[in-house]
Design a protein around this ligand. Structure first.
Ligand SMILES: [Zn+2]
Length: 344
């Protein structure tokens, strides 16, 4: 609510005024996919920009920022490297196939570097992110006649009674990473087969496509093995998700820096994770990234990125919103999260 209000107020200012007041060293917009039609495994989760809209985003970003590769970010954040324009770090999460078919040709045409954060468990279409499964289920619901059979299944799973049609979506979206059995049962009830969907639609990049992207100069980073919400995991589980996905990239794709993007959010991540991977003089990971918008931190190996798909707006409108929100928080003294890794 506050964010929406702040977004509206921000639009009253010229972009240059907000940019001049904040003086960002770096901005890091991130996306998931670009497509003329949102794929069903995404359509119920967040909006998707068309190639034309994405190109307009890039044109605006290039006007104000200089594209930067991931290995330069710690140098820029620590002040060891300076450039005329502030830096642009562009990235995409989850490794969807449109990276190879739509995104890469646009970026190559414009000569813009980018990092693609992937979850090894989804590469080669071995599994589907649980949120994507929920999106598929919800997309099935509108045309699904036998709602009473479905509410029966949901009542069995949740133990609740008299579930109404209106509650179905809410219950489905409330399912999490550990509810894979329930998700499969519900999918079955609505006639969905995830293995078949993966086989037919091949939503993810293959290892071969990742190798091609890296040979063209793009960077591949890790995005956890299974894409869980880290705040719901034990410390050891968080550690494994980071370490094993980073190891997978190192073992499968030559000459990559060690990069990690937290799935969903870094909010609620065990503080020992940062200490273990990036706080020492000999960091085990070159750069970790979060999703809390424009928000500088005190560690030159941690960067918050700006989620661009909250609603379909111009890059200018999105950045105005982020810079204004940052200024507004500064005014009320809300930048007191000492490390700045997680708080929103
Ligand atoms: Zn993700």
């Amino acid at each position: 609510m506050i964010r929406e209000f702040s977004h509206s107020i921000a639009q009253l200012f010229p972009y240059k005024v907000l940019h001049g007041m904040v003086k960002p060293k770096i901005v890091a917009p991130f996306y998931h996919t670009i497509s003329n039609v949102a794929p069903l495994h995404i359509a119920s989760l967040y909006p998707v920009y068309t190639p034309e809209q994405f190109e307009r985003h890039l044109e605006f970003l290039l006007k104000h920022f200089e594209p930067t590769i991931s290995t330069d970010i710690p140098l820029i954040l620590s002040g060891k490297r300076k450039s005329k324009k502030p830096a642009l770090f562009l990235s995409f999460d989850d490794g969807f196939k449109e990276i190879a078919t739509i995104v890469e040709p646009i970026l190559s045409k414009k000569g813009i570097p980018a990092t693609f954060f992937v979850s090894p468990n989804f590469v080669d279409n071995r599994d589907l992110l649980f949120r994507c499964k929920l999106s598929l289920i919800v997309s099935r619901l509108s045309g699904f006649e036998d709602k009473s059979a479905l509410t029966g299944v949901l009542e069995n799973i949740t133990g609740a009674r008299n579930i109404g049609v209106n509650q179905i979506k809410g219950i489905v979206y409330g399912l999490g990473h550990n509810d894979s059995d329930s998700i499969d049962t519900i999918a079955n009830a609505v006639g969905l087969n995830f293995a078949e969907y993966l086989k037919i639609h091949q939503p993810y990049l293959t290892l071969n496509q990742l190798l091609t992207l890296s040979s063209k100069g793009y960077t591949i980073g890790a995005h956890s093995l299974t894409h869980p919400l880290f705040s719901a995991l034990l410390f050891e589980e968080q550690l494994n998700e980071v370490q094993q996905s980073v190891d997978w990239v190192q073992q499968n794709i030559p000459n990559q820096p060690k990069l990690f993007a937290f799935p969903f959010t870094s909010h609620g991540v065990d503080g020992r994770i940062f200490k273990h991977f990036i706080d020492s003089n000999e960091p085990k990971i070159d750069l970790m990234v979060g999703t809390s918008g424009y928000k500088p931190t005190h560690n030159s190996r941690f960067l918050h990125r700006i989620p661009m798909e909250m609603s379909l707006v111009s890059a200018k409108a999105r950045l105005k919103s982020e810079l204004f929100y940052y200024l507004a928080k500064a005014l009320v003294g809300k930048h007191n999260d000492k490390l700045g890794y997680g708080k929103h």
